[in-house]
Design a protein. Structure first.
Length: 298
């Protein structure tokens, strides 16, 4: 690679990336650039490669083919310590799984990353109060994380990822398991982080209604400092990528996505049952112990 090519730095860039698991291709020939302040919505059916793409972007996985760059740094050239430093300095991630420390308070959960990096007590206190106010948990500083409702826990996950205001955010189905009201609150926080803090982001979702919602909401600051969410026709800087069988089947604007006649897109927007089912079994909805499902590992 020429030196001048390395000088063109995007927050995230994939160059012909591929990865296999046990001889099966999970992703193949994936190339894209995430521009500063841009949001890339990644969708597709289960096992299409969405979560694998996120794990490659943050360096949890290394590609078998191609290159992944974060701010011009080639991830597979970095040591584990350098990777940890890069994630801590530049990136935040919200997974669909709960990763809170249940034995700690809201404040301690939000402060965790800053404490690891030896910030002063004064700076930690200021940063934590700022981010908890942003997510609406400023009055819950001393509650234990396990006391929070499901929606509050997800907002605390969001706060912990946003602490220090990283320039890159990765969202892996962040509204999964939430009721409609809490899911909308999380989406509104994502819009606010994107528009007010100019965060570059990759947003993974299987919920088709979330993509146009993110594209038609714009956060602004009023003169009194309060945050307002306006409904707009479609903001710039949002792209949609559809993965199918580990490859990019579509990449374009939200408008192009909604109007596309490609089968991979139409099957997501207008799913059709191809066969009738005469008999099926359903788990007892009142049974307390139910197996955890995770059908989107790939």
């Amino acid at each position: 690679m020429k030196q001048e090519e390395r000088l063109t730095t995007f927050p995230i860039e994939f160059r012909d990336v591929g990865i296999d698991f046990e001889g099966q291709t999970a992703l193949d020939s994936i190339s894209f650039q995430l521009a500063p302040g841009e949001m890339l919505c990644v969708t597709g059916s289960s096992q299409s490669g969405k979560s694998v793409l996120l794990r490659l972007a943050i360096g949890f996985l290394q590609p078998d083919r191609g290159e992944v760059f974060v701010k011009g740094q080639r991830l597979n050239e970095l040591s584990e310590n350098d990777l940890l430093a890069l994630r801590s300095e530049l990136m935040g991630i919200v997974f669909q799984e709960n990763a809170l420390f249940t034995g700690q308070t809201v404040f301690e959960n939000a402060a965790y990353r800053l404490t690891e990096h030896n910030w002063s007590e004064e700076k930690i206190n200021s940063a934590v109060r700022e981010v908890l106010t942003f997510v609406g948990l400023q009055d819950d500083l001393h509650k234990q994380a396990e006391e929070l409702s499901g929606g509050m826990k997800r907002r605390l996950e969001f706060a912990r990822a946003l602490i220090g205001w990283p320039s890159i955010m990765l969202f892996d189905e962040p509204t999964s398991g939430l009721d409609p009201i809490n899911a909308r609150q999380v989406l509104d926080l994502i819009v606010q982080a994107r528009d007010l803090h100019h965060i570059s982001s990759i947003f993974v979702s299987k919920s088709m209604h979330e993509i146009p919602y993110l594209a038609t909401r714009q956060a602004r600051l009023d003169q009194d400092g309060s945050i307002r969410l306006d409904v707009v026709e479609e903001i710039q800087g949002i792209k949609v990528m559809v993965l199918e069988n580990g490859r990019i089947a579509f990449c374009g604007s939200v408008r192009e996505f909604l109007q596309s006649e490609l089968p991979a897109v139409r099957n997501l927007l207008h799913p059709v049952a191809h066969q009738s089912v005469d008999h099926f079994e359903c788990n007892d909805p009142w049974k307390k112990e139910r197996g955890q499902q995770n059908d989107d590992l790939l």
